[in-house]
Structures are given as structure tokens and as C-alpha cells.
Design a protein around this ligand. Structure first.
Ligand SMILES: CCCCCCCCCCCCC[C@@H](O)CC(=O)SCCNC(=O)CCNC(=O)[C@H](O)C(C)(C)COP(=O)(O)OP(=O)(O)OC[C@H]1O[C@@H](n2cnc3c(N)ncnc32)[C@H](O)[C@@H]1OP(=O)(O)O
Length: 241
């Protein structure tokens, strides 16, 4: 009895601790998630409008690149959210996810103009956009304690298809970039130079592609674990009224 009372008070203390930092954190995360949902919705509408008007994917990336770069770069804040304990997510998992996207946006699609009209770019753009609209609206509605089931369902099911589609799009895009990078020697540093340092961007891209082999399954299985917890109640943190 005594021990259960002690447990209770320890729990209360923990809950109180959570409550004291919650208003600020919740307010910030709500604003952040609403902004990100809106940003990715703007991207979705722009992509659909472009395709309806032009009837082709050629030129699509260029037309949405500024908005994409802005919102995807803004997602770097998610690493800080984890690092400062604002959300219960692993810094490493989030770091890999966000950095790989930043790399795709800035160091591949933005830098290598010749590949911007590849079909594979559309593949990852669509996968990212559907994912992020679902993910950020999931977080927003959860924070507001009004999470519709279909958003929860979409958050923890769509990734099963969208992750492989997105990864395929990313890998095919990097693969398409290889010949241009090799020919131009872009972003590479050749010897001799005064710092005696060399860097081969072509090799770097191949290493990045290879790193998907160990890293992607980790992200995918992380999501499968989250799915089991949230949809099948292994560890359930229900946000109910
Ligand atoms: C520098 C060069 C690097 C090169 C590296 C190359 C290797 C790369 C290999 C990786 C390939 C990735 C490819 C990828 O880009 C392809 C795609 O994305 S395709 C599209 C499909 N993608 C997805 O479905 C991605 C899904 N990703 C995510 O969901 C997250 O990014 C992830 C971090 C993976 C998982 O999220 P999380 O662990 O946060 O899961 P939960 O959503 O269940 O959340 C856990 C708890 O945290 C709370 N939380 C998290 N964020 C927020 C937030 N913004 N606001 C409020 N709350 C948040 C969440 O509510 C949960 O809390 P609780 O447990 O209390 O409910």
C-alpha cells in the first residue's frame, strides 16, 4: 500500500513536471505544426495546379523549388525539438530523416539542374508531400486533443507504401545525377591545393546511396514499432477529451 502511494506521488510529480513545461512547448509546437501543414498543402496545391495546367511534370520542380526548400529546411528545427526534449523522439532517427531530405533538396536537386525534370523527382516529391501533410496534421490535432481516427490511421499506414516510393525516387534521382557530377567535377576539390585536401562529390553520392542500405530499414522499422504502439495499443498515449 505504502509503495503504491509512493508510486502514485512519483507519477504525480512526473505529470506535474510535464504540465509545467507543457503550455510553452505545446503552443510552439502547435504553431510550428500548423505552419508546416499549411506549407506542404501549398506545395500539394501548386503541384496539382501545375500538372493540370501544363499536362507534364517537366518544369514542376522549378515551379515549386523555393517553397520546397523553405519548408524542408525549416524542418531542421525538428532536430532541436528532440534535442531539447520538446518531443519524445530520437534525435538520431529524426536527424537521419531530416538530414537526408536536406541533402536531397540542396545538394542534389537544387545543385544539379540537369536532373530536375526526372520522373524520379516527382516520385519523391509526391511521397514527401502526402507524408508531411498527414504527419504535421497528425501532430497538430494530437496537440489540440482532437485527433480524427482517419488521420491517425493515415499517419501509421501510408508510410508503408510512401517510404519505399520516396526512397526509390531519391535513389533514382541521385543515380541520374552521377554522370553529370562525374563529368563536371562539381562540388569536388582536387589535389594539388594549398590545404592538401581532396573531396570527390561523385564518390560522396555513391556513399550516400550505399548508406540507405543500413539506414533506411532503421527508419522503416522505427515507424513499424510506432505503428504497433499507437494503432495496436502496445504503449498507448491516447489524447482524448
Ligand atoms: C548528410 C547526408 C545524409 C545522408 C543520409 C542518407 C541515408 C538516408 C537514409 C534514410 C532515407 C530516408 C528517406 C526519406 O526521406 C524518404 C521519405 O520520407 S518518403 C515518404 C515517407 N516518409 C515517412 O513516412 C517519413 C516518416 N518520418 C517520420 O515520421 C519522422 O521523421 C520520424 C522521425 C522517422 C518518426 O517520427 P517519430 O519518432 O516522431 O514518430 P511519431 O510521429 O510517432 O512521434 C513520436 C512522439 O513525438 C511526438 N512528436 C514528434 N514530432 C512532433 C511535433 N512536430 N509536434 C508534436 N509532437 C511531435 C509525437 O506526437 C509522439 O509523441 P507521443 O509519443 O507523446 O504521442
Amino acid at each position: 500500500m505504502a509503495s503504491s502511494e509512493e508510486d502514485g506521488s512519483a507519477e504525480d510529480k512526473e505529470n506535474n513536471k510535464k504540465k509545467t513545461k507543457r503550455p510553452f512547448v505545446t503552443a510552439w509546437l502547435t504553431v510550428y505544426n500548423i505552419a508546416m501543414t499549411a506549407g506542404w498543402m501549398v506545395l500539394a496545391v501548386a503541384m496539382i495546379r501545375f500538372y493540370i495546367q501544363k499536362g507534364t511534370h517537366k518544369g514542376l520542380y522549378k515551379s515549386i523549388s523555393r517553397t520546397l526548400k523553405f519548408f524542408q529546411t525549416f524542418a531542421l528545427l525538428e532536430i532541436f525539438h528532440c534535442a531539447f526534449g520538446m518531443v519524445r523522439t530520437s534525435v538520431i532517427v529524426t536527424g537521419v530523416q531530416v538530414c537526408s531530405r536536406i541533402f536531397m533538396v540542396w545538394f542534389v536537386t537544387h545543385s544539379i539542374k540537369q536532373i530536375q525534370n526526372e520522373e524520379s523527382v516527382v516520385l519523391f516529391l509526391v511521397a514527401w508531400t502526402v507524408t508531411e501533410i498527414t504527419r504535421y496534421s497528425f501532430y497538430t490535432f494530437s496537440l489540440l486533443n482532437h485527433l480524427p481516427y482517419f488521420i491517425k490511421w493515415a499517419r501509421y499506414n501510408l508510410f508503408i507504401v510512401l517510404y519505399p516510393v520516396g526512397v526509390a525516387g531519391e535513389l533514382l534521382t541521385i543515380y541520374a545525377a552521377l554522370p553529370y557530377v562525374r563529368k563536371s567535377g562539381m562540388l569536388s576539390v582536387r589535389l594539388p591545393n594549398k590545404y592538401n585536401v581532396s573531396f570527390d562529390y561523385y564518390i560522396c553520392l555513391i556513399i550516400v546511396m550505399l548508406s540507405y542500405i543500413p539506414l533506411f530499414p532503421q527508419l522503416f522499422f522505427h515507424m513499424l514499432r510506432q505503428r504497433r504502439k499507437v494503432l495496436h495499443g502496445e504503449v498507448m498515449v491516447e489524447k482524448e477529451d
